[in-house]
Design a protein around this ligand. Structure first.
Ligand SMILES: CC(C)(COP(=O)(O)OP(=O)(O)OC[C@H]1O[C@@H](n2cnc3c(N)ncnc32)[C@H](O)[C@@H]1OP(=O)(O)O)[C@@H](O)C(=O)NCCC(=O)NCCS
Length: 417
C-alpha cells in the first residue's frame, strides 16, 4: 500500500540517500558530507513554510519531495503559491508512477491549503508540461563590459551592507515586489542564508539615510592561471527608482579596471537598453547581422490548480477594461477536477465566474499549461492563438480577448527552490 506523508527527523537519512542517489551531481559522497547535509536539512525542516514529504510502500521510503508555502505577487494580489522542489525517486522504483503520485499529492495539498497556483523549476520541462505546468518568462544571461554601463551624474557612493541591514534590505525587496508581478516574498531563512555566504558582497544606495537600492554580487575567476582576471556576477539588483538604479550601475561601472565582464542573469529582456555596447563577448552573429547579446533559458513553470479560486484571487485585477462574457474551456488531464467549462463575466475589467453558466459572447479553449502561462502574464493570448495553442470561437474577438488577458508586467521570479 502506497502512502504519502510528512517526513520525521528520523527518516531524514533515508531521504538523503534517495536524494543524493537521484542527484549525484550534488557530490554528497562521504559520511561527513551526509552528516553536514543532515544538519542542514534538520534546520530547513523547522522552517514553517517548508514541508518534506515522502512516499512509502509499507515502511519503505520510495520517493521524496519538498513543498514550499510561498506568497507570490500575482498582478495586484499577494497570494499563496505552492512551490515544489527536490523531487527524487528511489533508483529501484523508477517508472512506477511514484513521481506522478507525488505531483498529484502536491497539487491536492495546495488546493486544500487554499492556493490557486503552484510553481516549480523543472528538471525537464516536458515532464511537467504533460502534468499541466506552463512556461514562465525565460531567463537571460547578459555578459557585458563594465564600461558599457552608464556613468553617474555626480558621485553617489554606495555603502557595504551587513546582516545589520537585513530588515532594510528586506523592505527594499518588498517595495520592488510590490511594483512588479510574479515575485515571491523573501522567506526569512533565505534572507538570513544570504548573509552567511562569505563569497557574497552587498552594496546599498542610500538617500537621506534610507536604503533605496542594493546589489548582491560575487567575484568569479575567469581563468585559473591568472588571479587578476575576474568577472563580477550579480546575484540581485533591486531598486526603488531610476535614481537608485543609476547609482548601482555607476558603482558597477567603476569596477571596469578590475573586472573583465559583468554577468547578469535576469528575466528583464530589455536590459540591453542600459548598455552602450550590449554584445556578450561571444562574437557570434545571428541570422545575418544580429549581435549576440545574451543567452536564454526556460525555467520556472506555473500551474493553476483551482480555476474558480484563481478568479476569486484576481477579483480586483483589471482584465483590460473589457466588458464581455467569455466561456473558458479548459483541458486538464492530470487534474480533471480543475478542467471543464467556466463562464467568466467581465464588467469594465472586473471578472467573476458565473456558476450558473449561461450565454457567452465568445468561447476560448486551451490546455491548463497554456492557461497558467496566460493568467500569470508570461504570454499573451494573441500569441497562443497564433500558435494554435488556444482556440477562439469568433476571430473578431481576438483583440478584446488579447486585451483582457494582457498583463502590465511579465512575471519574474528571483527565488530559487
Ligand atoms: C524524474 C523522476 C522524479 C521521475 O520519477 P518516476 O517515478 O520514475 O516517474 P513516473 O513513473 O511517475 O513518471 C511520470 C508518469 O506520469 C504520467 N503522466 C504525466 N502526465 C500525465 C497526465 N497528464 N495524465 C496522466 N498521467 C500523466 C506519465 O505518463 C508517467 O507515467 P507512465 O510511465 O505510466 O507513462 C525520477 O526519475 C528521478 O528521481 N530522477 C532523478 C532526480 C530528478 O531529476 N528529479 C526531478 C527534480 S525536479
Amino acid at each position: 500500500m502506497r502512502t504519502i506523508r510528512e517526513v520525521e527527523d528520523s527518516d531524514l537519512p533515508e531521504l538523503i540517500r534517495i536524494t543524493t542517489e537521484a542527484f549525484p551531481g550534488m557530490k554528497v559522497v562521504s559520511q561527513e558530507d551526509r552528516d553536514q547535509m543532515l544538519e542542514r536539512l534538520i534546520k530547513v525542516k523547522k522552517e514553517p513554510i517548508v514541508h518534506f514529504f515522502a512516499v512509502y510502500e509499507g515502511a519503505r521510503m520510495v520517493g521524496v519531495m519538498r513543498c514550499y508555502d510561498f506568497t507570490m505577487k500575482l498582478h495586484e494580489t499577494r497570494t499563496l503559491v505552492g512551490g515544489l522542489g527536490a523531487v527524487a525517486v528511489d533508483l529501484r522504483h523508477k517508472k512506477e508512477r511514484v513521481a506522478a503520485d507525488m505531483v498529484r499529492f502536491y497539487l491536492d495539498y495546495y488546493r486544500d491549503k487554499g492556493a490557486a497556483l503552484t510553481a516549480l523549476y523543472p528538471f525537464r520541462p516536458d515532464f511537467y508540461r504533460r502534468m499541466g505546468f506552463g512556461y514562465g518568462v525565460k531567463m537571460n544571461r547578459y555578459s557585458f563590459r563594465a564600461d558599457a554601463l552608464p556613468a553617474a551624474h555626480g558621485r553617489a557612493r554606495l555603502d557595504f551592507l551587513t546582516a545589520d541591514d537585513r530588515d532594510e534590505l528586506a523592505a527594499c525587496y518588498d517595495r520592488f515586489l510590490e511594483r512588479t508581478n510574479g515575485l515571491i516574498e523573501l522567506p526569512p531563512h533565505v534572507l538570513d542564508g544570504l548573509f552567511t555566504d562569505p563569497a557574497l558582497r552587498f552594496a546599498g544606495y542610500r538617500e537621506g539615510g534610507r536604503l533605496r537600492g542594493y546589489l548582491i554580487f560575487r567575484f568569479e575567476p575567469v581563468r585559473e592561471d591568472n588571479f587578476l582576471s575576474n568577472n563580477l556576477r550579480i546575484r540581485a539588483l533591486i531598486y526603488d527608482d531610476a535614481t537608485a538604479l543609476a547609482a548601482l550601475l555607476a558603482f558597477l561601472r567603476t569596477q571596469a579596471d578590475q573586472v573583465e565582464r559583468i554577468i547578469h542573469e535576469t528575466q528583464d529582456d530589455t536590459f540591453h537598453y542600459l548598455l552602450t555596447d550590449p554584445r556578450n563577448g561571444s562574437g557570434s552573429l545571428l541570422a545575418g547581422l544580429w549581435h549576440e547579446t545574451n543567452t536564454q533559458g526556460a525555467g520556472i513553470m506555473y500551474r493553476v490548480v483551482d480555476t474558480p479560486r484563481l478568479f476569486e484571487a484576481l477579483r480586483d485585477h483589471d482584465f483590460g477594461g473589457e466588458t464581455l462574457a467569455l466561456r473558458l474551456n479548459l483541458a486538464d488531464s492530470f487534474l480533471p477536477e480543475n478542467g471543464g467549462s467556466y463562464t467568466l463575466r467581465v464588467e469594465k475589467g472586473r471578472a467573476a465566474l458565473d456558476a450558473a453558466g449561461g450565454a457567452a459572447d465568445v468561447e476560448v479553449g486551451m490546455d491548463v499549461s497554456e492557461f497558467s502561462s496566460l493568467v500569470t502574464g508570461a504570454i499573451d493570448f494573441a500569441r497562443l492563438h497564433a500558435y494554435g495553442l488556444a482556440t477562439l470561437s469568433d476571430a473578431s474577438y481576438l483583440p478584446a480577448v488579447d486585451r483582457l488577458f494582457r498583463a502590465a508586467h511579465r512575471p519574474w521570479c528571483m527565488t530559487s527552490f
